[in-house]
Write a protein that binds this ligand. Structure first.
Ligand code: NAD
Length: 305
C-alpha cells in the first residue's frame, strides 16, 4: 500500500514487483509464477475495513490463482481482515505463519554455509567472524544460529538496547552502527535496511563474503560488479532471504514450521549453484542468480519446478 500519484505509477510498480517475485519464487523452489498486488493509498490514513474487504473480494475473484500476504504498508491484521472474505490469504494470525523471521534467519544461515564452502572449501563457522548489521527479528535469530555453530560475532544496531541484548545473550562484540560495515570479519550480514552496498561502502568492506537478510542491498545493479572486482563473494539478497516467501508458501491451516525450515535450508544448494555458475561464466553472482532462476521457470501445467 502506497500513495502512488496515479494508476500508471501503480501499474509500473506492480509489474516491476511481480517480475521480481517470479525470479524470487523460482529460486525458492516454489512452483508459482510471480504475483504481486498494490493498493493506492496512504497506509497511515487510508486503511478501512471496507478497503480490505474490497481487496479480499478482488483476490477471491481469482479463485486461488493468487494469494495475498503482508508486505510494505500492509500489516498482518490487514491480511486478517482480507481473510474474512477470502481463503486465499497467507501469513495470517490464525494459521501461525505470521512471523516469517525464524525461517528467514534459518535460510540466511544456510546461505552463509554455502558461501563459506564456496570460498574456503569448508562450511565450518569455527573461528569465523561474522558482522551482523541489525539485530531485529531476523538478525537476532541469525546470531543465535551462528553462535551455536561456533562463529565469533560482532553486531551493531541503531537501537542500543537490541545490540546490548545480543552481546549479553550471545557474547557478541558490539560495534558502532557507522563502523560495522568496515568491521574486520569474514562475513558481513546486512540485516537492517537496503542500499548498504554502494560507492561509499564497498571500497571500505573488509569481509570477503556478504550474505544477509536485508532487501535491495545493492544501491544500484552496477554495485554487483564492483563487489566482484573487489573479490567479495555476494550472496544475492533475493536468493538468500527467500525464507520469508518460503514461510508464506507453507502458510495456511496445516502450517508446519518444521517443513518450512527444512525447505529454507535448501537455500544452501541454490546458492552453491549460483556461485558456481558465476565462476563458470565469469559473471557476477547477481547475474548468475537471475540465470539460475530462468532455468527453473516452467510453463504452466508442466508440473513442479
Ligand atoms: P526488524 O525491523 O525487526 O530489524 C531491523 C533492525 O535493524 C532493528 O533492530 C533496527 O533497530 C536495526 N537498524 C536499523 N537501521 C540500522 C542501522 N543503520 N545500523 C544498524 N542497525 C539498524 O526487521 P527484520 O524483520 O529483522 O528484517 C531485517 C531486514 O530483512 C529488512 O530489510 C527486511 O526487509 C528484510 N527481510 C526480512 C524478512 C523477515 O522474515 N522478517 C524476510 C525477508 C527480508
Amino acid at each position: 500500500m502506497y500513495p502512488y500519484p496515479d494508476a500508471e505509477a501503480a501499474l509500473t510498480d506492480v509489474l516491476r514487483l511481480s517480475r521480481g517475485m517470479t525470479y524470487k519464487n523460482a529460486l525458492a523452489e516454489l512452483p508459482f509464477g510471480g504475483g504481486k498486488s498494490v493498493l493506492i493509498g496512504d497506509p497511515h490514513s487510508d486503511k478501512t475495513r471496507a478497503l480490505f474487504h474490497g481487496m479480499g473480494r478482488a483476490v477471491d475473484a481469482l479463485g486461488g490463482r493468487y494469494k495475498v500476504a503482508e508486505d510494505s504498508g500492509i500489516a498482518v491484521p490487514d491480511v486478517d481482515t482480507m481473510g474474512e472474505v477470502t481463503p486465499h490469504v497467507a501469513g495470517t494470525t490464525a494459521d501461525g505463519s505470521s512471523d516469517p523471521s525464524p525461517v528467514t534467519a534459518w535460510g540466511v544461515f544456510h546461505g552463509m554455509r554455502a558461501a563459506l564452502r564456496h570460498r574456503h572449501g569448508s562450511d565450518s563457522f569455527a573461528g569465523r567472524r561474522v558482522a551482523v548489521q541489525g539485530v531485529g527479528a531476523v538478525g537476532r535469530k541469525l546470531c543465535r544460529h551462528l553462535a551455536e555453530a561456533g562463529a565469533e560475532l560482532v553486531v551493531a544496531d541503531t537501537n542500543p538496547e537490541a545490540a546490548r541484548e545480543a552481546a549479553d545473550a550471545l557474547g557478541a562484540a558490539v560495534s558502532e552502527p557507522d563502523a560495522l560495515l568496515r568491521a574486520d570479519a569474514d562475513i558481513l550480514a546486512p540485516c537492517a535496511m537496503g542500499a548498504v552496498l554502494n560507492d561509499a561502502t564497498i571500497p571500505e568492506l573488509r569481509a570477503g563474503i556478504v550474505a544477509g537478510a536485508a532487501n535491495n542491498q545493492l544501491e544500484a545493479d552496477r554495485h554487483a560488479e564492483m563487489l566482484s572486482q573487489r573479490g567479495v563473494l555476494y550472496a544475492p539478497d533475493y536468493a538468500v532471504n527467500a525464507g520469508g516467501v518460503i514461510n508464506i508458501s507453507h502458510g495456511g491451516p496445516g502450517y508446519d514450521a518444521q517443513a518450512a525450515l527444512a525447505h529454507a535450508a535448501r537455500i544452501h544448494d541454490t546458492l552453491l549453484e549460483i556461485f558456481q555458475r558465476a565462476e563458470r561464466e565469469a559473471t557476477t553472482t547477481a547475474a548468475a542468480a537471475d540465470r539460475v532462476a530462468e532455468t527453473r521457470f516452467t510453463p504452466r501445467g508442466r508440473g513442479p519446478i
